[in-house]
Design a protein around this ligand. Structure first.
Ligand SMILES: [Zn+2]
Length: 205
């Protein structure tokens, strides 16, 4: 039996690493044996960092960015242009856009993209919240521009199209960042210049 060869705690850690996105069984084993060989302090630092994220970091109730205070620093800032909302898939995409220095508006984090093959429908994303947010802005006479900065791949484009249709009746300006991003179109991996150009060259849908 393999359970007698692999100690229980080792098998358990392999299983837990294996649940993480993008981690297959091979990588899960490699990470586990790396942790096994590394100093105790490193293992504790990792475990504490994971716990701290769960205990101290929450989602902003306005834009759904990760934050230690609600609303987040960007939503609470009075130096941001409140007439613009840049819609991104992941919190890390905000860092990518911020690095370009080309954008001073607000954000909305969807936490994913529509992907029927992965069983991710629009209801799993923060699209209803975006709709309500834009609706409130419009009602308050503050409706401006919604910039769809989802990735330029199939899920990213499908998500942009879905949001476009959902927001169209609200009468706001809806733009899409231009392509020209690296293969796969992940914002996260775009360099500042390319992403800056994609932002400034955005087109009305
Ligand atoms: Zn926020």
């Amino acid at each position: 039996m393999s359970s007698s060869i692999t100690p229980g705690p080792v098998a358990k850690l392999i299983e837990e690493f294996g649940r993480l996105p993008g981690i297959g069984p091979k990588t899960a084993s490699r990470l586990t044996f790396f942790m096994l060989r590394s100093p105790r302090e490193q293992a504790i630092a990792l475990a504490e960092a994971i716990l701290e994220v769960k205990e101290r970091v929450t989602l902003c109730s306005v834009c759904f960015n990760t934050t230690e205070s609600d609303p987040c620093a960007i939503c609470a800032s009075d130096s941001r242009d409140r007439s613009q909302i840049c819609v991104v898939q992941e919190p890390l995409d905000i860092l990518a856009v911020e690095r370009t220095g080309e954008y001073k508006g607000l954000y909305h984090v969807l936490h994913g993209a529509i992907s029927p093959v992965d069983g991710i429908g629009p209801e799993r994303l923060r699209i209803k919240e975006l709709q309500a947010r834009v609706q409130n802005d419009v009602a308050a006479g503050e409706g401006g521009e919604v910039i769809l900065a989802t990735n330029h791949d199939i899920p990213g484009n499908a998500t942009a199209m879905f949001i476009y249709r959902a927001l169209l009746p609200l009468g706001v300006k809806i733009t899409r960042i231009v392509s020209g991003l690296p293969v796969g179109g992940d914002l996260e991996y775009a360099d500042e210049v390319t992403l800056g150009r994609a932002m400034t060259g955005r087109r009305e849908m």
